[in-house]
Design a protein around this ligand. Structure first.
Ligand SMILES: [Zn+2]
Ligand SMILES: [Zn+2]
Length: 409
């Protein structure tokens, strides 16, 4: 962690800054000039946030003295003061301050300034489930809580918007974005794990795609017999759909994944899964946390019987999700149901818990619920999973993904 020293005689300012920066930095504080100077020399921080008017020694003098020390030439100094005179800003810079911020300032301004000067601000991931059902939409009174819409997950990393899968859940996400952005342009990267209907069927109903001011990039892998763009366009062709993809006047870019994507500080990688056709899972590493998404997948050992080759493939999947803060994983069947659904390309609850424990995942969201699993059944399955985890003493948190559920990590 980078280190910041606050030198300010106002206790409220010291508390506000300590609280605002404590999650991302090692923060120390001093309440006057001489004490601050001594602390800075001893601790050699990355950044000093310095008040101007303090007892014993004012901020201008502190900066001058800091700059006289050869070891502190590259130290970043941010002046934080209620004095907004241009003359004072010029003097502070001449004395050796790098930047100036006028009190009172809001949290976003402060964090932006600090990030610009020394980096290190971690952006939490905010996530919302818009579709959690697998295979087929299953609306109705028995699926109200866990949801009837097929896969769609909204992910926000600061201002960046990612959408994972475009099942029927993406329609309501579109409506929500239109309310939020109004006439402003919506920009998003849409990640498609595979092109089975339940993962793309909502795309034609994602209204923001039909507005020219919006910008979308739809990412996926090359199909088994056609390009990714041909497969995506095909579901809107006659005789299956009334309007073709040309009607989407935002002109979405359709890009085939050939390696990891780098979006700012966020890295998105993919791994092939065991599912009929071509399917990938995603790993999203941000500067704060890791989110993994595996849907749809049938463990190799489960399908092909245990053996060296299956173990190698299953180990590779575990390595791919290693250490994730949140793993969203399909878990469509109980062990009993699997007996009749072997080779359909899906996992059981126990498979997924085994994977998450092996990969030291922190939180597991059970996802891609079977269309025949009612809320009542899901409550029972989730409780059984939680009891199993508890009985084994695993440190994993497990829950059933529900439509509308929001998380931050
Ligand atoms: Zn599916
Ligand atoms: Zn599928």
């Amino acid at each position: 962690m980078k280190k910041i020293i606050i030198v300010d005689d106002d206790i409220e300012t010291r508390q506000f800054l300590s609280q605002a920066l404590g999650a991302n930095f090692d923060v120390l504080a001093a309440d006057d000039g001489p004490e601050g100077l001594a602390l800075i020399k001893a601790e050699k921080p990355d950044l000093v946030i310095l008040d101007l008017l303090m007892p014993k020694m004012h901020g201008f003098e502190v900066v001058q003295r800091l700059r006289q020390d050869e070891q502190l030439q590259t130290l970043k100094v941010l002046i934080s003061t209620s004095k907004s005179y241009a003359a004072d800003m010029v003097t502070a810079r001449k004395a050796g301050a790098n930047d100036y911020i006028t009190k009172p300032f809001d949290l976003a301004t402060l964090l932006g300034k600090v990030d610009e000067m020394i980096g290190g601000i971690k952006t939490p991931v905010a996530l919302r489930f818009w579709g959690t059902r697998g295979s087929l939409p299953a609306p109705g009174p028995h699926t109200q809580r866990y949801g009837g819409n097929t896969p769609c997950v909204e992910v926000r990393i600061g201002d960046r918007l990612l959408i994972i899968d475009a099942g029927s859940g993406i329609r309501e996400l579109g409506n929500s974005l239109l309310k939020e952005f109004r006439t402003r342009s919506i920009k998003a990267d849409i990640l498609i794990g595979h092109t089975h209907w339940d993962h793309i069927q909502g795309l034609p109903f994602f209204t923001p795609l039909y507005m020219p001011q919006n910008k979308f990039v739809i990412h996926g892998v090359h199909g088994t017999t056609q390009s990714f763009s041909e497969v995506i366009a095909a579901q809107m062709q006659h005789p299956y759909f009334p309007v073709d993809m040309k009607a989407m006047c935002s002109n979405p870019q359709i890009q085939e994944l050939t390696g990891p994507l780098h979006l700012g500080e966020t890295r998105i990688s993919y791994h092939f899964l065991n599912h009929p056709g071509i399917t990938v899972g995603f790993r999203i590493d941000t500067n704060a946390s890791t989110l993994c998404y595996l849907s749809d997948h049938e463990p190799y050992g489960r399908l092909n019987a245990q053996g060296e080759f299956s173990a190698k493939e299953d180990d590779a999947v575990a390595r791919f999700v290693q250490g994730a803060d949140l793993l969203i994983s399909e878990a469509q069947y109980t062990d009993e149901e699997y007996k009749f659904k072997r080779s359909w390309g899906h996992s059981t609850f126990t498979d997924v818990i085994g994977l998450a424990v092996k990969a030291e995942v922190k939180q597991l969201a059970l996802f891609h619920h079977d269309p025949d699993h009612t809320d009542e059944m899901m409550d029972k399955f989730v409780a059984e999973c939680q009891n199993f985890i508890k009985s084994r003493g695993y440190g994993l948190r497990c829950f059933g993904a529900q439509e509308g559920m929001a998380l931050q990590f």
